[in-house]
Write a protein that binds this ligand. Structure first.
Ligand SMILES: O=C(O)CCC(=O)C(=O)O
Ligand SMILES: [Fe+2]
Length: 328
């Protein structure tokens, strides 16, 4: 029998496990190759067995790269414990993650696209490269996470629905506006650098699209829910899900809790994109202004872990010449 070429084998083959046991952070050195291989192969993994607290997930995150702040984060960049800023609480409907509703597969920070002058550095601030998501407390009912492989979806589209693939890779097909952030006229499949694509996507009332792209964007959403490309992952309490946010979309089922003490709780840390090109001011007078203020919440906090000791693997969707030809 012919095999369906659109089953992303890596998501399903059980002998290619995605759970990595790690009893202590000291054991990380011995497991970092396995973590890198799993991340490169499948685009996500679960790290199981570490203490369930903010300090531990932060120490682990620093081995993946520089931390990217978030408006709901504490001063260290950890979301889920005590936030540094509370202004966002006045705009709660903009923050779907803190609700108990289903969250359709998305990439994190899809709404971030700006710049920030920091001293003599002028950096692009955009969606994170990786995220670590810890299920600090499971819900009484529901709240399971899902993942969808955007690379497998792209392969399916280029082969079976090439016009949709082309539209989704066209600048302008998607605009995302959330609270004080806006990513204007981006693409679902965006070129990060030569040969690598990243995904920017969510599907809810924060998304706008020109009429020429509406069907393609809706189609992409349906494919992120299609069992050929997506999978439910059962994370235990304390598990840390690490995701390649350029390639793999994640979602969450709705959940119910009977009391506030037992409320589902997650911690999350973003790892910033590390090879955005720095900008220069055209007349050598870089300066901070109010348009950049809102990006302070999403600025980078450098990791103390030396670059040579970090866990490395290729992120995003490799753009083979074949894929490139069909997208242009
Ligand atoms: O609740 C979760 O497990 C994840 C929530 C989420 O994806 C988000 O807030 O971006
Ligand atoms: Fe998310």
């Amino acid at each position: 029998m012919l095999q369906d070429p659109y089953i992303p084998q890596d998501l399903y083959i059980p002998q290619h496990p995605y759970i990595i046991e790690l009893p202590t952070l000291d054991a990380l050195a011995g497991r970092s190759r396995a973590i890198g291989a799993t991340m490169g192969g499948r685009g996500f993994c679960i790290i199981r067995g570490l203490p369930n607290d903010g300090d531990t997930i932060l120490a682990l995150a620093r081995h993946f790269g520089d931390i990217q702040r978030h408006i709901r984060a504490d001063s260290r960049g950890v979301v889920g414990d005590t936030p540094q800023d509370v202004s966002w609480r006045n705009y709660l409907p903009e923050y779907h993650g803190v609700s108990a509703e289903e969250f359709a597969p998305h990439t994190d920070g899809s709404f971030v696209d700006g710049m920030l002058v920091e001293g003599d550095k002028v950096r692009r601030i955009t969606s994170p490269r990786l995220l670590l998501l810890q299920i600090a407390q499971r819900a009484e009912q529901g709240g399971d996470n899902t993942v969808a492989d955007g690379g497998a979806i792209l392969d399916y589209l280029t082969s079976e629905e090439p016009e949709a693939a082309r539209l989704l890779a066209t600048s302008g097909c998607i605009t995302i506006s959330r609270d004080d952030q806006m990513a204007l006229a981006g693409a679902v499949f965006e070129r990060v650098r030569r040969g690598v694509l990243k995904i920017r996507f969510r599907y809810d009332d924060k998304v706008y699209t020109p009429s020429w792209a509406r069907d393609a964007v809706t189609r992409f959403h349906h494919l992120t829910l299609d069992p050929r490309f997506s999978n439910e992952i059962s994370a235990d309490q304390g598990d840390i899900i690490v995701l390649d946010n350029w390639r793999v979309l994640h979602g969450r089922k709705m959940f119910k809790d009977n009391s506030t003490e037992s409320r589902r709780k997650f911690r999350r840390i973003w790892i910033s994109e590390d090879d955005t090109e720095d900008l220069v001011n055209l007349v050598d007078r870089p300066h901070l202004n109010r348009s950049q203020e809102v990006y302070r919440h999403y600025a980078t906090i450098p990791s103390p872990v030396p670059v040579g000791q970090r866990i490395r693997f290729p992120c995003g969707i490799a753009l083979s010449p074949q894929r490139a030809a069909s997208l242009s």
